[in-house]
Design a protein around this ligand. Structure first.
Ligand code: ADP
Ligand code: MG
Length: 697
């Protein structure tokens, strides 16, 4: 029966081999099943006619019925446009054309009844529709009978005459054939419990909804299903791991007493203490820990990492920390070494640039157990890196690593897997965390160390540079240091570098008596390091740099972060950069420089930065602006390639789906209960179709 959905798309009426090849290439639609799951991404509401009075610019697409009373051409040349004054008998609005004006004037006559359709926009105080679809009233369109689905297509498809309408035709054809083959994929009790539409109706209504309610019901059902099976898989992995993967037991915390008494440089925050307790509970449990530690920049994750390492080292095992870049690994090494030295614990750094001759002793001491802590980049994953007894593996900045790498590190111990702690400085919105790390336990440091003054963030236009320079001067005079950051993206690298150099020169002119450092990605790493060090030592007062300093060295004396062309940075990146200041006791500032013309999204980004220092709030906003895939980068966007659910909007459905999945698996881990047979069958069939599902083997 399920074979029906595996039928090649080629065999659908009207498709054939050529179109099939195009659909495969452009949309990855291979089979009937793929097509039926190619859901519309929006709908045109043809179910009703709106009164002009009701229309506002927040509406997606609207349909109005009425007559044109007059036409007028305004503006000249490329600003020329045709305005049609359109009335529904009570109120008037404007329809606007910028192109094909002659053609429109020939075709559309005044005082004839038309149906007009399009997206309302606001133009000053007026609402208009640009380039509406206009058709004379006929019996057919008067009925105003449906939502018309709009399907995603590509430019290539459009050129080859495969448009949304044609896809809609294919869907129509397919739905007719498919009906007898559609089987329910959620158990009866879940449908009832969550008031979900059955699968058959859901599929019909997602493609061809008659009314708004049935569209919403269809969307809700399909989103729930999608999220439910993702959660089910994650929770299953978690249960399997808890069940199968034994963990080394570390239940002696006496080593901490000495560290706390003699070497802890500050009082831990409540959040840090709580997280350490959570981790210690895992370490004692006899099961492998798999935990995500989230904490905003500056929340003090490093010391937490070290304390966890201590617990493991106290139990005669080793610990490792993997960072995504050399510079970050170096920084971790430097800060951890300070603590390690005090406790007489041997620590080493292993990155790609460590020479062969230096590697040998590291390899040896790892194997004989003399070396207790190894910090590094993915060089840690190489075969030769063998531990005597790895107790804890910490991964920093997880989202830059692939999932495969995570499990590779994991397998460094063959008998008992090491405990795993994944740290991220980029707060991840709940919905994303539940989806990407739904198989992990989650700890959050949601408190900054005491005495930190919140960073004051302002937005300044480029025209206010003199004022900004005056402020920089006053900060330098009171002994502070300044970062000035420029964007540098690969696509426009040359131009960006020029801006950076121009900026450097202009700073040098404005501050002729001040020592200025410059650092960018094109410099040799020794030169970079040299400049960084000068800045760290306070020999230079201003650091002009590209985003390399995003993960750079910690300079508590730096109190001002000026971000040039701030409109070109993503929200999370701006927040990340801002985290470079505010590390000392002084009041710190972040100044976002932009041009005058800003798009709506940019305005939101800037306003958000000015309003809040809370990384979680920023991450939520970023998710809404950019969508989950972009937010997490390409590495893991695969896991976020959802067919219909939207993690920026469907948090509530996700929560319900997760709770259901937890309840079901806790009660019946192997889905043996006949009530769960439907789920079991669906899990099997999903496993067949989705290849890269195995995050853990
Ligand atoms: P992140 O979470 O960004 O890695 P770090 O671990 O680098 O943060 O900590 C930022 C700074 O705060 C460091 O200089 C660190 O020594 C300091 N710090 C960490 N915890 C505390 C605390 N409880 N009280 C005071 N300062 C702290
Ligand atoms: Mg850190």
């Amino acid at each position: 029966m399920s074979n029906f959905f595996e039928t090649s798309i080629e065999f659908l009426k009207g498709v054939g081999p050529q179109r099939a090849a195009l659909l495969q290439k452009e949309l990855k639609i291979f089979s009937f099943g793929d097509l039926i799951q190619h859901y519309p991404f929006r709908y045109e509401d043809r179910t009703r006619f709106y009164a002009i009075k009701e229309i506002d610019d927040a509406m997606p697409y609207v349909q109005v019925k009425g007559k044109f009373t007059d036409f007028e051409i305004v503006g000249a040349r490329h600003k020329k446009r045709l305005i049609g004054y359109f009335t529904d008998g009570k109120n008037e609005m404007e329809m606007v054309w910028f192109q094909r004006i002659e053609w429109v004037m020939q075709k559309i006559k005044p005082n004839v009844e038309y149906v007009a359709f399009g997206k309302p926009t606001r133009f000053g105080s007026k609402i208009n529709i640009a380039h509406p679809e206009v058709e004379p009233v006929t019996e057919n369109n008067l009925k105003g009978n449906s939502f018309q689905p709009v399907y995603a297509i590509t430019e290539t498809l459009r050129k080859r005459h495969i448009d949304s309408r044609l896809i809609s035709k294919f869907q129509h054809e397919l739905i007719k054939l498919a009906e007898p083959h559609i089987r329910e994929t959620l158990p009866e009790f879940l449908l009832r419990q969550h008031h979900l539409l059955n699968k058959n109706d859901a599929l019909k209504n997602i493609h061809f909804p008659k009314v708004q309610e049935s569209l919403l019901a269809a969307q809700h059902r399909l989103k729930f299903e999608e999220l439910f099976y993702i959660q089910l898989r994650l929770i299953k992995m978690k249960l399997v791991r808890q069940d199968k993967f034994k963990g080394l037991i570390f239940n002696d915390a006496s080593i901490l007493t000495r560290f706390y008494k003699e070497h802890l440089p500050f009082e831990l925050t409540e959040a840090q203490k709580r997280v350490i307790r959570e981790i210690y509970t895992d370490l004692k449990s006899g099961k492998q820990m798999s935990r995500l530690l989230q904490g905003d920049v500056g929340s003090g994750k490093t010391i937490v990492a070290f304390i966890c390492m201590l617990l493991v080292i106290g139990g005669e095992a080793q610990a490792t920390l993997m960072a995504p870049t050399e510079i970050l690994a170096q920084q971790h090494f430097t800060s951890l070494k300070k603590f390690a030295d005090k406790m007489d614990i041997s620590i080493a750094l292993l990155t790609g640039s460590v020479k062969k001759s230096q590697r040998k002793p590291i390899h040896e001491e790892l194997q004989n157990g003399k070396l207790k802590i190894l910090i590094g980049t993915h060089a840690l994953l190489e075969e030769e890196v063998k531990f005597k007894n790895l107790g804890l593996a910490i991964i920093d900045e997880q989202h830059r690593f692939g999932v495969a790498q995570r499990s590779k590190l994991w397998q460094k111990n063959t008998e008992v897997y090491p405990h795993m702690l994944v740290m991220t400085a980029t707060p991840i919105p709940r919905t994303l965390a539940m989806t990407l790390y739904g198989d992990l336990e989650i700890s959050v440091i949601d408190e900054l160390p005491k005495g930190r003054k919140p960073i004051i963030t302002t937005h300044q236009f480029d025209s206010q540079r003199l004022k900004v320079n005056g402020f920089i001067r006053s900060q330098i005079n009171s002994g502070r240091q300044i970062y000035v950051v420029y964007p540098l993206i690969e696509e426009s690298e040359k131009l960006d570098l020029k801006h950076l150099m121009d900026g450097y020169e202009s700073m040098s002119r404005s501050f002729p008596d001040v020592a200025i450092s410059i650092v960018h990605g094109q410099m040799k790493s020794e030169a970079k390091e040299f400049e960084m060090k000068r800045f760290v030592k306070g020999e230079t007062k201003i650091m002009v740099a590209t985003t390399v300093i995003e993960v750079g060295v910690d300079v508590p004396n730096a109190s001002v972060m000026v971000i040039e062309s701030a409109e070109r940075f993503g929200l999370s990146q701006l927040h990340q950069l801002r985290g470079r200041v505010g590390r000392g006791a002084e009041q710190s500032y972040c100044i976002l420089m932009t041009g005058v013309k800003l798009g709506a999204d940019t305005k939101t980004r800037i306003e958000t930065m000015v309003r809040t220092n809370n990384g979680f709030e920023i991450a939520e906003t970023d998710l809404k602006l950019r969508g989950p895939g972009d937010l997490m980068g390409t590495q893991q966007s695969g896991a976020l390639d959802l067919l219909i659910a939207d993690l920026s909007k469907d948090g509530q459905i996700l929560q319900q789906a997760r709770e259901s999945a937890v309840a079901i698996l806790t009660q019946d881990p192997n889905l043996e209960n006949p009530q769960h047979a439907v789920i079991k069958a669906q899990v099997r069939s999903l496993r067949k179709t989705v290849v890269n599902w195995s995050r853990i083997s």
